[in-house]
Write a protein that binds this ligand. Structure first.
Ligand code: AMP
Ligand code: ZN
Length: 118
């Protein structure tokens, strides 16, 4: 399967790893939008949040377990935000379920924090 993040998981494409366990891989986003911007992904290919099912949803819990571990290990003390973009309106560019972990800056929240696309 021609999936960028599957290739990152199997080492075909290099990445800056920040965390790995049996179920989950996390690495630095190549184009960070915050001082800390990691991507946390399940090792099993799921194309997006719209493909989460009763059979695979335990992997999402593993992603959030990993996020809490990463936040502790990296001393992210002031908080963090986790985002998953799903589908075209949300601007999903890589069709392998991934969660952006953003931190290191005071973030806004409200309608203005959702950028309207052109
Ligand atoms: P999304 O737009 O939500 O699908 O997020 C995809 C993210 O993957 C973007 O933030 C990209 O900067 C990031 N990205 C794309 N290619 C790579 C790569 N080779 N290594 C790390 N991050 C990447
Ligand atoms: Zn994949």
């Amino acid at each position: 399967m021609d999936c960028l993040f599957c290739k990152i998981i199997n080492g075909e494409i290099p990445s800056a790893k920040v965390y790995e366990d049996e179920y989950v891989y996390a690495f630095k986003d190549i184009a960070p939008i915050a001082p800390i911007h990691y991507l946390i992904i399940p090792k099993t290919h799921i194309s997006g949040a719209n493909e989460i099912t009763e059979e695979n949803s335990a992997l999402v819990a593993k992603v959030f377990e990993a996020a809490a571990k990463i936040a502790k290990a990296e001393n992210i003390e002031n908080g963090f935000r986790i985002i998953t973009n799903c589908g075209d309106d949300a601007g999903q560019t890589v069709k392998h379920l991934h969660f952006h972990l953003l931190a290191g800056v005071k973030m806004g929240w409200g309608p203005e924090s959702v950028n309207a696309a052109e």
